[in-house]
Design a binder for this molecule. Structure first.
Ligand code: UD1
Ligand code: UDP
Length: 362
């Protein structure tokens, strides 16, 4: 029997994660994948570039929904995804991570009594002010297959009583490790000049971009660090908008560039000295490419990286960011490669889905 999988995508990290899983799904003739792009991210350097570079098939449905307001965005997505699911009748709906597209896909599918597979399940920041925390908790609770990237995620679900629910919890490793390993040899040099030694940085988390004091403190730290070590800062459009409305002077050694494609990101990750970010995905990629990471947040979902000493979570205080950078440049870290699986997460997910829904292995 051919199994129909509907994949819901909307934001940059989801295109990147889907690149690995889509390839494995398409290799197996037992599956047919339907890709539904909500339109949450729509600039070509936030969306098209990943489909092109990573050879993700064109979406079957493009819903063109984006908005400033979470309720409006999520509501319109639920309505549009429901229509597609009613017509296409998939056997399982695949959602990734914790964005509004994830939440909308999960709710639309559940109300139609469809099976849901949540990739990157079980993560928690324990900060309910984050829209992502709300999205992931709801998506987890209504999913049938909870694909966890590591032990910590399984423990979180266990503590919340998921073993008593009618859903399956599976530790399968992190899909982003599959992506990093597969695309590493395909790295691409960016079109801008990359300094010999530099810090790779990104800023996009709402709590940082939408609070002028926090954003100012982050920029102050970058200016200071750039005196010794230039910063390459690909700017998320949300941050670009906020920066243009602020009266701040950035040092010329803070090199602002447009968002880059994944292959350019791999190039930068392999050559940078340190990553300083508030991104979820980048914290893990720093680890995959043996780079220490400073996280400008008050907590992280990826606590294993902190315990192992690969990541310092320091908030946005400029002095703390600078102290963390000084500490990392003064020592050499030995990265053990055993976190988040072996880079075979996509295969595991596909096998589990096929076996559970068909009663036999692929
Ligand atoms: C979203 C996710 C966040 C994820 C991030 C990945 C939610 C609640 N947040 O945050 O979890 O880490 O994506 O990057 O789902 N914009 C553009 N062009 C684009 C995309 C966005 O100009 O292609 C601007 C728009 O002004 C938009 C703003 O960025 O209003 C924010 O976009 P949105 O998708 O709402 O949130 P992100 O910050 O990208
Ligand atoms: N990324 C990219 N180009 C950029 C910035 C980030 O390809 O200019 C990639 C990054 O390498 C990672 C993913 O986007 O794979 C992370 O997405 P983001 O930081 O937007 O979201 P989060 O992971 O925090 O949800």
């Amino acid at each position: 029997m051919t199994m129909k999988i509907a994949t819901i995508l909307g934001a940059r990290p989801q295109f990147i994660k889907a690149a690995a899983l889509s390839r494995v799904i398409r290799k197996n003739p037992q599956f047919k994948e339907i890709i539904i792009h909500t339109g949450q991210h729509y600039d070509s350097n936030m969306s098209d570039v990943f489909f092109e570079q990573m050879q993700i098939p064109e979406p079957d449905h493009f819903l063109q929904i984006s908005s400033k307001f979470h309720g409006e965005m999520t509501g319109r997505m639920i309505e549009a995804i429901e229509k597609v699911l009613l017509t296409d009748k998939p056997d399982v709906v695949l959602v990734y991570g914790d964005t509004n597209s994830t939440l909308a896909g999960a709710i639309a599918a559940k109300k139609l009594h469809m099976k849901i597979a949540h990739v990157e399940a079980g993560l928690r920041s324990f900060n309910m002010a984050m829209p992502e925390e709300i999205n992931r908790i709801v998506a987890d609770r209504i999913s049938d297959f909870l694909f966890c990237p590591g032990k910590q995620a399984v423990d979180n679900l266990t503590k919340e009583g998921f073993l008593n629910f009618d859903s399956g919890v599976f530790e399968v490793g992190d899909i982003m490790k599959d992506v990093a390993y597969f695309y590493s040899p395909l790295e691409r040099q960016p079109s801008f000049h990359v300094p010999e030694k530099f810090v790779l940085s990104t800023i996009h988390r709402a709590e940082n971009t939408d609070d002028p004091d926090r954003l100012r403190s982050i920029l102050e730290a970058l200016n200071e660090i750039s005196v010794d070590l230039p910063i390459v800062l690909p700017l998320h459009p949300r941050t670009k908008g906020r920066l243009s409305a602020m009266d701040v002077r950035l040092s010329p050694s803070v090199i602002l560039v447009e968002p880059v494609g994944y292959l350019e990101m791999v190039y930068l990750l392999k050559r940078c000295s340190i990553v300083i970010t508030d991104s979820g995905g980048l914290q893990k990629e720093a680890y995959f490419f043996d780079r220490p990471c400073i996280t400008r947040r008050d907590e992280t979902e990826w606590s294993e990286l902190v315990t192992e000493g690969y990541n310092k979570v320091v908030g946005v205080d400029a002095d703390r960011i600078i102290a963390a950078k000084n500490d990392f440049v003064s020592k050499k870290i030995a990265f053990r490669k055993d976190l988040y699986g072996e880079g075979k997460t996509a295969e595991k997910i596909v096998e589990i889905l096929y076996e559970s829904l068909n009663g036999k292995s692929i």
